[in-house]
Write a protein that binds this ligand. Sequence first.
Ligand code: CO
Length: 306
Amino acid sequence: MIDSYEKAGKIVSKVISEASKLIKNDLAIIDLVEFVENEITKSGAGIAFPCNVSINEIAAHYTSPVNDENKIVTGDLVKLDLGAHIDGYIADSAITIMAPGDDLEEKFDENTLAKNQKLIEASDAALETAISTVRVGAEIGKIGANVEEAVAKYGFKPIANLTGHSLDQWNLHSGLSIPSVNDKNTTKLKEGDVLAIEPFVTDGVGWVTDTLSPYIYRFLKDKPFRMAHTQKVFREIKKEYGTLPFSQRWLSKDFNVNRLNASLRQLSQAMAIYPYPALREKTNCWVAQKEHTVIVEGDSCIITTK
Ligand code: CO
């Protein structure tokens, strides 16, 4: 089991570092997410969730819909969040890259560039602090308190309503939430707990709200449907993705897009599947994120995605 977690972690780490090198002005987001997902599959792992590429004030949960025409532009804060699994044992990791391009200095004044760079540094420091807090017996609220303090030193705020999460086989959110602020949770970490820790940092208010666009979903509950097309989509979801998140883009390979979107809406409304809309910083301020997956061990932890 630990072997599978570590194997998935090595694959995620390799794919993140290769994909990071592609990020630059004019790169189509869909090319980046498809590169990542193909590399994971080629490495012999499963895709744990659709590759997230969330840009600037979008903090999380954006993946390309089919025929996505959005492109990365110079100076964007690109948050690349991806996951792979071996036999359902998941590794989840994220990095923030400022998209390079020739017109960086023309597009941004010095202060803005320095601030955006500092957001990335603060997210690095926040994750490092969180990881150094992790040990058997550590209180979960204490991790958040330490992250909050580390981020405050940079003059920024962590996003309070986005948390890390414990992982279990075939389960991306297995019960524990790992906060980036002191949520007063006195639950203590146990030997062998597997955690995806992911502080998000912003110069805004530190809160995200839903956008209107869900491109990622997850199976919730079996339900009967009258429409044959919706039944067919639901069957495919259960068979191909089980309990793990999936994207509209993946299903569009087998279904007509308009009919697919209608069925996904119907399935969401019936709460047979759960939609994850892209999340935006409430005041449209930019966001940086860093994430690693760790396994709690004694008085520290193993970082599987290093
Ligand atoms: Co992640």
